[in-house]
Design a protein around this ligand. Structure first.
Ligand SMILES: *Cc1c(COP(=O)(O)O)cnc(C)c1O
Length: 393
């Protein structure tokens, strides 16, 4: 049996690690070298012209980084993969490399805050036409794509209200329109969702979140069609938004436990969302695993697990949010998600820090909202912590 046919848990451990590793190491070494040295001009030339395997300069490729890329390629089931210094580097380099002035992008209003900034500010400034549709309106998305576009950019579940898009439906519409589809799979990870299997051309990741999983390294990845990944890779070689060997090593270390962590976080978020729904101080819970969530049926079809992130609105204004966050002992108040530590925060300082209060209101984000990213702690301890914090509302 081929590694690519095995379970994600196995790929996460063994994927991309061609043995023997340098010096007989049992784990991927950090190759902390900017250029690579060759014994003679001929072997150097062969590597430079890709006639033989070999690295030339770490802005372009590096052995440690290459293992990360290959592991991600196998996990998402794509033809090719490349990597970046952060998730936003992955997203911005992909969009800038693949789009030309006069072309049209269709996306959703609930993209990650940094991505929204690209759509609302930087891309229009470069003469690229951007249409953002209401995220939960699948008919409007179909219509906007069918009206003619070059690139469709999607994210599901979305930040911070966990809206769900039907990926198979949107990618089919995009294909008919002759558009490339990119999906940000940061929230789901390949353990819960594989967009390439649902018709997407490319998947982007912030590896900073669940993939690394320990809040100690920034990184990004792009996986999918080889011709498109190549174009973005050539652009990134020049922008220099390269993943360095040390964070690549940290991400590789984190990836080994990806399946264990994500499955635990799925279960914890599922239990907590059901508990919060019954709590008198909570007015709304946003989690696709809840049967009355508007995207539940689609999520159940396209996801293997509903994810480790949920949001809930507390009864009250921003002061109530502050009281709850102050009362939580088992969280970091931090602008990230997908860590082994539970993290919580309001959209104003996490996903939508780039937006004004009016823009958040327009996106339907309640001011009483708290995003809660489950860590790998004992679920009963997290529930006790939430109950005592909510008693303060
Ligand atoms: C965090 C995040 C990003 C940006 O990633 P960075 O690594 O912080 O640059 C993009 N998309 C989503 C969904 C994210 O959560």
């Amino acid at each position: 049996m081929h590694l690519s046919d095995m379970d994600s848990a196995t790929i996460a451990v063994w994927g991309g690690e061609e043995t023997p590793l340098a010096f007989g190491a049992a784990q991927v070494p950090i190759v902390q070298s900017a250029p690579f040295a060759y014994p003679d001009e001929d072997s150097w030339m062969d590597a430079a012209l890709h006639r033989s395997d070999g690295h030339i300069y770490s802005r372009n490729t590096n052995p440690t980084v290459h293992v990360f890329e290959e592991k991600m390629r196998l996990l998402e089931g794509g033809e090719a993969a490349t990597s970046f210094s952060s998730g936003m580097a992955a997203i911005s380099n992909s969009l800038f490399a693949l789009l030309r002035p006069g072309q049209r992008v269709v996306s959703i209003r609930d993209s990650y805050g940094g991505t929204s900034k690209l759509f609302l500010d930087f891309l229009p400034g470069m003469g690229i036409d951007v249409t953002l549709v209401e995220t939960s309106d699948a008919d409007a998305l179909d219509a906007a794509i069918a009206a003619g576009c070059d690139l469709v950019y999607l994210e599901t579940p979305t930040n911070p209200t966990l809206k769900i898009l039907d990926l198979a439906r949107a990618t089919a519409t995009a294909r008919k329109a002759g558009a490339i589809t990119i999906v940000d799979n940061t929230f789901s990870t390949p353990i819960n969702q594989r967009p390439l299997h649902l018709g997407a051309d490319l998947v982007v990741h912030s590896a900073t979140k669940f993939l690394g999983g320990h809040d100690d390294a920034l990184g990004g990845a792009l996986i999918g069609r080889a011709d498109l990944v190549r174009r973005v890779f050539e652009y990134r070689e020049i922008t220099g938004a390269t993943l360095a060997a040390f964070p690549a090593y940290m991400l590789l270390r984190g990836l080994k436990t990806l399946s264990l962590r994500v499955k635990r976080q799925n279960q914890t978020a599922f239990s907590i969302s059901h508990m919060l729904r019954e709590h008198p101080a909570v007015t709304q819970v946003f989690y696709p695993g809840l049967e009355d969530h508007p995207g539940h049926a689609v999520a159940a079809r396209q996801m293997a697990g509903f994810g480790g992130v949920l949001s809930f609105a507390v009864n009250g204004d921003f002061n109530a949010v502050k009281r709850v966050l102050d009362g939580l002992k088992l969280v970091h108040r931090a602008a990230s998600l997908g860590s082994v530590n539970t993290l919580a925060g309001p959209p104003a300082t996490t996903s939508h820090v780039e937006c004004t209060a009016e823009q958040r209101a327009e996106l339907g984000i309640p001011e009483g909202l708290i995003r809660y990213s489950c860590g790998v702690e004992d679920p009963a301890d997290l529930m006790d912590d939430l109950n005592s914090a909510l008693a303060k509302v």
